[in-house]
Design a protein around this ligand. Structure first.
Ligand code: 0RQ
Length: 504
């Protein structure tokens, strides 16, 4: 393969992954590229894990603090977690070994909104960033870096880190160059300026990252694929949820609250439900839809190709091997329809509010009043993290949360009397959707909201229990604005913890 390093200063720093990993010391704060598997460094992290394992075998201790864009490739998260190499993790993870370490109290985890990461690091909440390990797809003759398949926080990592390790991955199609829009205008208060994004396709930055070459301590060449998850065909439950969402859009168009044909920019989480909703849009006769989201998956390429989606903006292109082949073969077409941005811009509250985004995210559970738990199983055990869901839900034009009405074969109701952990408050949640139906909570007081949530969204097996709870709560003397039986509010969860089912 021809080298992607077109600058001599950088070419002179090419070395092995093991050498590059030697730049990392115990106790370092290490910020790496990667967002939903796309763009994770491929070779230096396994070499670092080997070092850590070696240090442990020799009776030493070796941990780092690990900062990322969001989740990174599962292999990467796992090799570091397995050697107990991470002291502190931020801001999002979804890998079982790391999750177990966190829930055992062996790894600190700070779960923050993805749009906040860059500014909080600039503001110094996480101390000094010692090392950045950033995957790029090339280095230009003038020493600028061409981003790979995700941007995430890479601009910030390159700016703030003391030492930089670059992985130049020649697997990333060169023709992707130009899809990226890296914005260099962010400043800390009181010097902030408005972001000039008024349409999804607006470009406000440049196609490359800047880097101070004197900070680059090592450059490693790789040729390795991103490991994006393959999506399965949507099941019946996902299709039913998608059906309710599409009916709702049609209703909102009729009511004059959404433009016919194009709706408003869509944001959808990842996974089967989101995939089913996007698939349904293809059949909904929409043209010129737009997306302003975090991640572009295979289903989006099809929508773009079919003309249903005119433009998609995100921070990560997490494609399967098939999706990547499709992208590469038709790259000149897709480049016109896709923009990749730093996550502080893809998730920016100002832009989300201005564009009027329709935010559709998954949840673990909601309570009868519309408070949503996205992150903590039974209120205590972390699942993944809040990710970008709060950035979009809090500021969107429409904030929707989607979930099957039950989990674990019907033992868990995703509608409960009170959520034992709150990520999205009742004030940020407008619409709840399960396969049972859709609850439109806009304009409803808590008591009215509760009945609508139970009747429309709860599984029929749990509906009588929830109505009984509400009736007795409302009958309490001094029941208040938002009636609850405080001694019973978590009885569903307690029952599950004791018996393995929320059903009596
Ligand atoms: O676990 O597979 O082990 O059985 O949670 O549940 O139904 O497959 O749904 O994949 O959409 O995940 C909230 C986790 C939902 C996700 C969450 C169990 C269930 C299963 C997954 P098993 P499903 P999803 C992205 C915005 C926060 C981050 C975010 C999430 C597993 O959507 O991480 O929104 N969200 N980012 O069995 C116990 C419950 C449960 C439960 C489900 N009530 N109690 N377990 N599960 N409900 C923004 C972008 O733009 C990309």
């Amino acid at each position: 393969t021809v080298s992607r390093i077109h600058n001599r200063q950088f070419a002179a720093k090419v070395t092995t992954a093991a050498d590059a990993a030697a730049a990392i010391n115990p106790g370092d704060t290490v910020a790496i590229s990667g967002f939903a598997s796309a763009g994770t460094p491929k070779s230096v992290i396994p070499a670092l894990a080997d070092r850590i394992r070696g240090a442990r075998a020799a009776g030493g201790n070796f941990t780092i603090n690990l900062l990322t864009g969001a989740s990174v490739s599962a292999e990467t998260e796992r090799v570091l977690a397995e050697v107990d190499g991470i002291a502190l993790r931020m801001p999002y993870q979804s890998e079982p070994t790391a999750r177990r370490r966190i829930n055992e109290g062996r790894m600190d985890y700070v779960d923050i909104h993805l749009s906040h990461v860059a500014q909080q690091v600039w503001e110094g909440y996480y101390g000094k960033v010692d090392v950045a390990i950033v995957e790029v797809s090339g280095i230009t003759d003038t020493g600028e870096l061409i981003p790979s398949a995700s941007i995430g926080n890479n601009k910030t990592w390159l700016d703030v880190a003391d030492r930089i390790v670059l992985e130049v991955n020649s697997w990333v199609p060169e023709a992707m160059t130009g899809m990226h829009d890296v914005y260099y205008g962010t400043a800390l208060p009181p010097h902030r300026r408005p972001l000039e994004i008024t349409r999804v396709a607006d470009r406000i930055g440049q196609p490359t990252f800047r880097v101070d070459p004197s900070k680059v301590v090592a450059v490693v060449e790789t040729n390795a694929a991103d490991s994006a998850s393959e999506l399965t065909e949507p099941d019946e439950v996902s299709l039913a949820i998608a059906g309710h969402v599409l009916d709702f859009f049609a209703h909102e168009v009729t009511a004059g609250r959404l433009p016919a044909g194009s709706l408003l920019p869509l944001q959808a989480g990842i996974g089967n439900v989101a995939n089913a909703v996007l698939g349904g849009l293809d059949r909904g006769g929409y043209k010129d839809l737009t997306c302003y989201s975090e991640v572009i998956q295979d289903s989006m390429l099809r929508l773009i190709k079919d003309g249903a989606v005119a433009h998609a903006s995100a921070t990560s292109l997490a494609l399967s091997a098939k999706g990547l082949a499709e992208l590469t073969e038709n790259i000149d077409f897709y480049r016109k329809h896709i923009t990749l941005r730093p996550q502080e811009i893809s998730n920016h509250p100002e832009v989300v509010r201005r564009l009027g985004i329709i935010a559709m995210n998954g949840m673990l559970e909601a309570d009868v009043y519309g408070n949503v738990n996205s992150t903590h199983v039974m209120g205590t055990k972390i699942m993944n993290g809040i990710g970008g869901s709060g950035d979009f839900a809090r500021n969107g034009y429409l904030s929707m949360f989607l979930s099957p009405s039950t989990a674990k074969g019907g033992a868990i109701s995703s509608i409960v009397p009170m959520v034992p952990h709150v990520d999205h408050t009742e004030h940020d949640v407008q619409v709840l959707v399960t396969e049972q139906g859709l609850a439109d909570l806009r304009g409803l007081s808590p008591r009215k909201r509760a009945r609508v949530v139970v009747d429309r969204c709860a599984h029929p097996e749990f509906r009588p229990l929830l109505h009984d709870y509400l009736s007795r709560a409302e009958a309490e003397p001094g029941a208040g604005h938002t009636p609850h039986l405080l001694g019973e509010a978590f009885s569903f969860h307690e029952r599950f913890n004791t018996t393995g089912s929320m059903l009596p």
